[in-house]
Each structure stands twice: as structure tokens, then as C-alpha cells.
Write a protein that binds this ligand. Sequence first.
Ligand code: GTP
Ligand code: MG
Length: 161
Amino acid sequence: MVEGRLKIVVFGSFNAGKSSLIQALDPRSRHIEATSNEGATTVAFDFGRLQVRDQAVYLFGTPGQERFEFVRQILSRGMDGAIIVVDATTGVDAMTRHLYGQLKALGVPLAFMANKCDCPGAAPEAIHRDLPGETVHPISARNGENVHAALDAFVATLAAR
Ligand SMILES: Nc1nc2c(ncn2[C@@H]2O[C@H](COP(=O)(O)OP(=O)(O)OP(=O)(O)O)[C@@H](O)[C@H]2O)c(=O)[nH]1
Ligand SMILES: [Mg+2]
């Protein structure tokens, strides 16, 4: 970790709300399209920056589609913490479990965000039940509810390490 700076990488299944979360945390964030050197595949990631307590937090949003494993690997380098966004209307799926397993194996500090809690069918408590021992913050990236408080709580755990 560089003093005063944190790199946090946002993971999650396709459509979970990773880009929306970064947008909610940093309205000036960018969705970046990058073309691979083969010229064929266009891959995208999100970049946001904000101040949390006395830390400059750099947020990198990864693509959710399985085939972009290589992008996730590149964006993961040197991360201080990872957020896994889960769609609370659909719950913990195979991709979420795959990402969770990988990040656990790396030993990186980790928090879950149960997103889309503004939706009537959202069940953040089911996500919590499926992930024993893990921190799950209920949020809505759409209306911004709890997004800053959740990030703040996560950053506090990183700073305390
Ligand atoms: N109701 C509701 N919809 C949301 C919320 N967050 C995201 N969405 C919607 O869910 C869809 C996917 O959101 P994105 O932020 O693009 O999801 P993503 O995880 O970045 O998707 P990929 O990058 O394609 O994997 C969009 O239609 C969003 O408008 C939320 O908190 N509530
Ligand atoms: Mg996205």
C-alpha cells in the first residue's frame, strides 16, 4: 500500500451493478473502453476516485463477463482490497462464488455489497446467509443509499490493518 492511497477493485457478476456503484460513489468516474492488441475485442473497465477519511481511494470496476478473466487479472495487480457486488434480486450465483474463491485464495481484504436494495424483490439477508462470516452491506447504486457508508466502513477495516 502506498501511504494515503488505496486501490480497491470492484468485482461481481455481469449486470450486478459494478459500474453503477462506482458512478454513485464518484459522479465524475469514467467508463473506459480499451481495445486489445488483437484489435478485435473491446473490453471495458470503470475508474473512479474519491477521498474517504484521510485516504485517496482509487476504484477499478472490472467487467463481469466470464471471458474477461484476463482483464480482471490485470486490474487486480497491487490491490489493497476487493468489493464483490451481488445483485440482491438474484442472489449469490456461480460467478460470484468463483470470484469469491479466487479472492479468498489471494487473501485480499474483502467486502460484499448487496445491490439493488431499492427493488421490491431484493433479499440482502439471503446473501448474508449464503456467505457465512463475510461482511455484506445492503446498498442501492441507483439511488445512492448506503453506498458511502458502506465504502467508509470497508476503508476503516483496511486502514486498521
Ligand atoms: N433498481 C436498480 N437497478 C440497478 C442498480 N444498480 C444497477 N442497476 C441496473 O442494473 C443494470 C446493470 O448495471 P451496471 O452498473 O451496468 O452493472 P455492471 O455490473 O457494471 O455490468 P457489467 O459491467 O456488464 O458486468 C443497469 O440496467 C442498471 O441501471 C440498483 O441499485 N437498483
Ligand atoms: Mg460494468
